[in-house]
Design a protein around this ligand. Structure first.
Ligand SMILES: NC(=O)c1ccc[n+]([C@@H]2O[C@H](COP(=O)([O-])OP(=O)(O)OC[C@H]3O[C@@H](n4cnc5c(N)ncnc54)[C@H](OP(=O)(O)O)[C@@H]3O)[C@@H](O)[C@H]2O)c1
Length: 335
């Protein structure tokens, strides 16, 4: 039975990674911290690997102890990360420095796995050209526009600089959606309340990946003979923000009032919202960094390599994914 460590197991994508690992009969070690909620980690086959990632020496000792009891992890998916924060420096600390800590601790404890997947993000490359609408490619020069994207890129660069054949794969998912997700959920909720919101008159060209397809791809990649490559991840289709809202509307059977907010107003509103939510101690989705992403026209990317290397064919297009997601939100009485 292969042993896998999934960091950030308590979060949205992490909890689906854990489910996929169990489905594939792995021995699953859920990487959590003591404060992590374990709502979606109730399966009694899960073993918790509890460790802060902030201290490389503590992490090294924890890995050594773990190795003595269970042996080395065969695979690791380092998925822990932050997408929003009230402290700007936290992006670099959590997404870059902690990634470095995890890898250095693996090396120091002689625990390098057969495959190490790093969960990066499309944000590490930044948006594509707004005029040509060409999809972003792996060979393009990355130009992240947010602190989040910059921190993910730094982690990628560190991993790629590792010598000795460190067996990594880097995945850069575009927007991942599905039940348990909290950011796209706001669009579902908005439409349920009868509103459809846009920034300016600009239509955004966007990509999506349904969480179940994402986790299936990652496990196919783990089990493949491929390493030391990086990939964008989408469902291989291109969409627009209008199309996304239309699918939600159709599924919920709602008529909506379209609200088009001017950019300067949104910028101010997001700034105020960020200050208030951070004052209350909780970072909000609608923040100044998110604003930078929302005003970009082109978030298309070329994910054809995942099909070439892993025979990836998505089981869900956006319509199917939206339907399943909305049904889950309804079951959880969120819609
Ligand atoms: N959702 C997307 O659309 C998307 C797209 C591209 C890439 N990603 C990447 O996918 C990963 C998972 O994202 P998600 O959407 O599932 O986010 P999420 O629901 O917020 O989950 C984040 C996970 O990371 C853990 N984490 C956060 N800060 C940590 C810290 N200081 N130390 C240890 N663990 C920490 C969280 O643990 P706690 O529960 O203890 O907070 C949680 O388990 C992230 O790396 C993100 O950048 C997400």
């Amino acid at each position: 039975m292969k042993k896998i460590l999934i960091t950030g197991a308590s979060g949205f994508i992490g909890s689906f990674l854990v489910e996929e690992a169990l489905k594939r009969d792995y021995k699953v070690f859920a990487g959590v911290r003591s404060s992590s909620k374990r709502t979606y980690l109730s399966d009694n086959r899960i073993v918790f690997f509890e460790s802060e990632l902030s201290d490389r020496n503590v992490l090294t000792e924890n890995l050594k102890k773990h190795k003595k009891i269970y042996g080395r992890f065969d695979y690791i998916i380092h998925n822990a990360g932050i997408t929003k924060s009230c402290r700007k420096e936290d992006f670099e600390i959590v997404n870059f420095k902690y990634t470095k800590n995890v890898i250095n601790a693996l090396i120091a404890s002689d625990s390098i796995p057969d495959k190490f997947i790093y969960m990066s993000s499309l944000a590490a490359y930044g948006p594509g050209d707004a005029h040509s609408l060409q999809p972003i490619k792996d060979s393009d020069i990355p130009h992240p526009i947010t602190l989040y994207g910059k921190s993910k890129l730094k982690a990628e660069q560190f991993i790629k600089s590792l010598e000795g054949g460190f067996p990594y794969l880097i995945f850069r998912p575009t927007g991942a959606y599905g039940s348990r997700e909290k950011d796209y959920y706001l669009a579902f909720k908005n439409i349920k309340q009868g509103f459809e919101s846009y920034i300016g008159s600009m239509e955004q060209h966007i990509t999506f990946i349904y969480v179940k397809d994402l986790v299936r791809l990652l496990f196919d990649a783990l089990e493949s003979g491929i390493s030391r490559k990086s990939y964008f991840v989408t469902d291989l289709n291109q969409y627009t923000s209008i199309e996304f809202n239309r699918l939600i509307k159709q599924h919920l059977g709602k008529k909506t009032i379209t609200l088009v907010f001017p950019r300067p107003l949104v910028k101010i509103l997001f700034f105020i919202n960020e200050k208030i939510s951070c004052f209350m101690g909780r970072p909000s989705t609608l923040n100044s960094e998110k604003y930078k992403e929302l005003i970009c026209k082109n978030w298309l990317c070329d994910s054809s390599e995942i099909t070439k290397d892993f025979d990836f064919i998505p089981e869900y297009n956006l319509k199917m994914g939206v339907e399943e997601t909305a049904a889950a939100y309804k079951r959880e009485k969120l819609l």
